[in-house]
Design a protein around this ligand. Structure first.
Ligand code: THU
Length: 161
């Protein structure tokens, strides 16, 4: 290690089956899978579903919504978060599960959220002053991170301004 060099580490858990998760987490994955089937994805044909548990007990789902002008589309995670916020602006997120499916089957590997979604996750954690867990579920591997902010070190913060 050279002088001034620093490292960032964060813990995460890895599972090989949804049976290793608790019932609530399993339910979120199941709902995310169902949501993925309803994605509007004529351009990528990639089905992504997200399900989130709010601290008022409600579960909100979303899927990717694409557009002929590609950047105008939105990821499943942000569709779910923005809809949740529009309906329950006072509710913090506790857990967000995300999956991708192909031919109605969950793909083997977990799908990690894109950078824009990670920045949005951090906005939610800051806004409610509560971290939330992110579960990325694949058929062969499931990853759980307890705090969404760990997925994006050096995120932009408006209090820099
Ligand atoms: N996508 C998501 O919905 N979530 C992700 O975490 C990764 C990517 C969508 C966006 C686009 O509709 C398609 O997957 C291909 O990038």
């Amino acid at each position: 290690m050279t002088k001034n060099e620093k490292y960032i580490q964060f813990p995460y858990r890895e599972y090989t089956s949804t049976a290793q998760l608790n019932q609530q987490e399993e339910k979120l994955i199941e709902l995310a899978v169902e949501a993925s089937f309803m994605a509007y994805n004529p351009y990528s044909k990639f089905n992504v579903g997200a399900a989130l548990l709010l601290d008022n007990g409600k579960i909100i789902t979303g899927n990717n919504q694409e557009n002929a002008a590609y950047p105008s589309g939105l990821c499943a995670e942000r569709v779910a978060l923005f809809y949740a916020s529009s309906q329950y602006p006072e509710a913090a997120v506790r857990i967000l599960a995300v999956v991708a499916t192909k031919n109605r089957q969950v793909i083997d590997m977990p799908v990690p959220p894109c950078g824009s979604c990670r920045q949005v996750f951090i906005e939610w954690e800051n806004r409610f002053k509560k971290p939330f867990a992110v579960i990325m579920a694949g058929k062969e591997k499931i990853i759980k991170v307890e705090k969404a902010e760990w997925l994006m070190p050096f995120s932009f913060q408006s209090d820099f301004l």
